[in-house]
Design a binder for this molecule. Structure first.
Ligand code: GLY
Length: 351
């Protein structure tokens, strides 16, 4: 078991990165951005860090591009630019860039070093920390990937200024999750935030990263404890996948789908893990105060439930949920009777 993950904070850490790279004598330095971080973050990153990259690689933004086609273009570009096993890739972006860039780095010539510079709240508190790299398979989330820690993660709250409200709210869902699975006091504090602004949220990045890091250090390869980080994600991922492939539906960001998943799974927890009904109601009302409620028809529910077959926690055809016995007391590997799903959706949609 490792006893630490290399995470540093602030613009000063970005300034220090060049010296770190120089000390490692990389043969070439590549930066991966998407169209958004190319526009909003690249110039600042180059100025703060004084790094002169061999090339900047760009991928199209959005979860729909977290796929093999994007990887193939990037592997080809790295190859054409003469990258070798001693090259390094810096992923400057949100969760799609850090997940996919990490995967591209881990697989190019059987693995080159990479650094994550998360620019979205979600990537800061979740995606860039813990070494999960990967891509989607069609609409199915994160089906292909490798667990491999980056050489370093640098979290600078500065980038939060580049985000729209929906992006902040998406990352905030993972922070609320950290409270629900591990720390009731943290949950109670986050619940009282009145406005999800970059200013109000930045002070909570470190506590959230600390909660996640504790879990990842204990169980980096998700054999047991790390499963708790998937609370809300079994149904959340299915909802995200479904909305991603339904052009007539509103677009849901990862955290927005997971927020719905947490309310649904709080209901399931009252039936399967002994969570008090009053606590499930508290969870529902808290999420309702931050996230709009969407209407999920019975046809949508059927399609979402069908997608659960692909969840990575499934074992021998069993769909395994992470539920809660109480706030801060997760319950892993819970099998849920299918007939409860409709009740959970009704609970989510009720006042
Ligand atoms: N996002 C869940 C994990 O890193 O395990």
């Amino acid at each position: 078991m490792k006893d630490q993950i290399n995470i540093t904070y602030g613009l000063s850490a970005i300034k220090d990165l060049k010296a770190v790279l120089d000390s490692k004598q990389y043969s070439s330095v590549f930066i991966l951005v998407d169209n958004n971080t190319k526009k909003h973050c690249l110039k600042g990153f180059l100025e703060y860090s004084s790094i002169i990259p061999t090339a900047v690689l760009t991928m199209p933004a959005g979860e729909e591009n977290k796929n093999l086609t994007s990887c193939q273009s990037l592997w080809e570009e790295l190859s054409a630019e003469g990258a070798d096993r001693n090259s390094v890739l810096i992923n400057l972006g949100g969760g799609v860039v850090t997940d996919l860039g990490g995967f591209v780095a881990c697989t190019f010539k059987r693995g080159i070093d990479f650094y994550n510079i998360p620019t979205s709240l979600l990537a800061m508190v979740d995606a860039s920390v813990g070494g999960k790299t990967g891509i989607d398979l069609g609409a199915l989330k994160n089906q292909i990937g490798i667990i491999q820690e980056p050489q370093g993660v640098i979290i600078a709250a500065e980038w939060l200024k580049t985000l729209v409200h929906e992006e902040l709210r998406s990352g905030f869902a993972e922070m609320l999750k950290h409270g629900l699975i591990a720390n009731p006091d943290y949950w109670n504090t986050l619940k009282t935030i009145s406005d999800l602004s970059a200013h109000n949220l930045e002070g909570f990045i470190k506590p959230s990263v600390a909660e996640k890091t504790k879990v990842v250090l204990e169980d980096p390869y998700e054999k047991g404890l790390r499963k708790i980080l998937n609370f809300g994600h079994t149904l959340g991922h299915a909802i995200e996948s479904y909305y991603l492939t339904s052009p007539d539906k509103a677009r849901l960001l990862h955290g927005e789908a997971v927020a719905i998943g947490m309310v649904l799974e709080a209901y399931l927890a009252t039936k399967c893990s002994g969570l008090r009904a009053a606590t499930a109601n508290e969870i529902k009302h808290t999420f309702k105060s931050f996230y709009p409620i969407i209407t999920i028809s019975s046809e949508d529910q059927k399609a979402i439930i069908d997608l659960l077959r692909h969840d990575k926690k499934n074992k021998a055809g069993r769909i395994n949920f992470v539920l809660l016995k109480a706030i801060g007391k997760p319950d892993i590997d819970v099998e849920v009777p299918q007939e409860l799903f409709a009740e959970a959706f009704a609970f989510y949609q009720s006042a």
